[in-house]
Ligand binder design. Structure first.
Ligand SMILES: [Ca+2]
Ligand SMILES: [Ca+2]
Length: 237
């Protein structure tokens, strides 16, 4: 078995006796399986064993014993992601690209099973923040620990600034801690400024200035600018 502990499921009745549990050749505990009446699915839970592989051995003496099942419980969660970064690609309104380095199924070792991605208009720095954040459903399969991951979060409002956080899940369902990073918020548009194709030149009063051509995001914006006549008393610039 791997890191964690285990549960031994057995049936107790009047014919059963003592079972001796050894881990890595060292005596750990005695389970008394005797019961005056038959009891199915009794459970004995081992203490937490250290990380690494362990060998279990069970012994009995005069009376019969039973082992219906052994359930291995994995207690070693993935590490917290330490370098989550969020950036806007600029060309797709409502999209933000997240990048981070993968962690393992056991701390920084191995390969995890899935990612839980959440976002919020508020910083996500506590478990309470996490619980109140919005989940971004994804089917991303983690790479082995230490590789660059990326994920595009879509469907955001380009006018707002979002904060992001990720937790990594292992094959036993253990969740890693909250991700952290220097940049965990991003607008989902590249910039609040954009170039004008036209050169601004003095215009006669009442003229209109067309904007364009613009990048796709800016097609959301249309504007008409009307120049105004300067008054006779205003100095000309
Ligand atoms: Ca594991
Ligand atoms: Ca694990």
């Amino acid at each position: 078995m791997i890191d964690g502990n285990f549960k031994l499921y057995y049936t107790a009745d009047a014919t059963r006796g003592l079972i001796y549990v050894y881990v890595d050749g060292v005596y750990l505990a005695t389970i008394n399986q005797y019961s005056a009446t038959t009891k199915y699915q009794k459970v004995w839970v081992s203490p937490i064993l250290g990380a690494g592989e362990h060998t279990l051995r069970f012994e009995h003496k005069t009376k019969k014993v039973s082992i219906d099942a052994i359930e291995v419980i994995e207690n070693d969660p993935p590490a917290a992601i330490s370098d989550l970064n969020a950036s806007n690609t600029g060309m797709n309104p409502g999209n933000v690209e997240l990048t981070w380095t993968s962690v393992g199924d056991d701390d920084l070792t191995g390969t995890a099973s899935s990612y839980l991605v959440r976002y919020s208009l508020n910083p996500i720095t506590t478990e309470n923040d996490w619980n109140n954040a919005i989940a971004f459903s994804n089917t991303k399969v983690p790479q082995v620990s230490g590789n660059l991951e990326s994920l595009t979060v879509s469907g955001l409002d380009p006018r707002l600034t979002y904060h992001f956080a990720i937790k990594t899940r292992d094959e036993a369902g253990n969740l890693g801690g909250l991700s952290s990073g220097t940049t965990t918020s991003a607008r989902s548009i590249a910039s609040q400024r954009w170039p004008l194709a036209n050169t601004m030149t003095p215009m006669a009063p009442g003229c209109t200035l067309a904007l364009g051509p613009l990048a796709p995001i800016h097609q959301l914006i249309s504007a008409t600018i009307t120049s105004q006549a300067k008054s006779a008393t205003e100095p000309r610039s």
